[in-house]
Design a protein around this ligand. Structure first.
Ligand SMILES: [Zn+2]
Length: 98
């Protein structure tokens, strides 16, 4: 028994919005910076992170479920305005297919 049975090729995370598992690369990492949720698309910011699909649907679900305060283990709501703007921009960019 080697104890190395888990393949590391395709790491998965759970979206805090829809609660579905997805490949790490398909989810947007979120970190908390001074009481606000901030996007971390490159996954380089330090600290605890939460993962969510970069869509308004999953973002709204996460906000409604208070998933971000829970993920970051803090009390009270977090500012998601900057995160929302980022997701809106990402959604628009993804829709440009000509
Ligand atoms: Zn999702």
């Amino acid at each position: 028994m080697s104890g190395r049975t888990h393949a590391r090729a395709c790491p998965e995370r759970t979206c805090v919005g829809c609660r579905e598992r997805a490949a790490k690369g398909d989810l947007l990492r979120i970190v908390m910076i001074e009481g606000a949720c901030a996007p971390d698309p490159r996954g380089t910011l330090p600290g605890r992170g939460a993962s969510v699909h970069p869509t308004l649907v999953c973002l709204d679900l996460a906000v409604r479920r208070r998933a971000f305060p829970r993920a970051f283990k803090v009390q009270g709501p977090l500012d998601t305005a900057e995160l929302r703007r980022y997701v809106e921009g990402a959604a628009e960019a993804g829709r440009i297919e000509q």
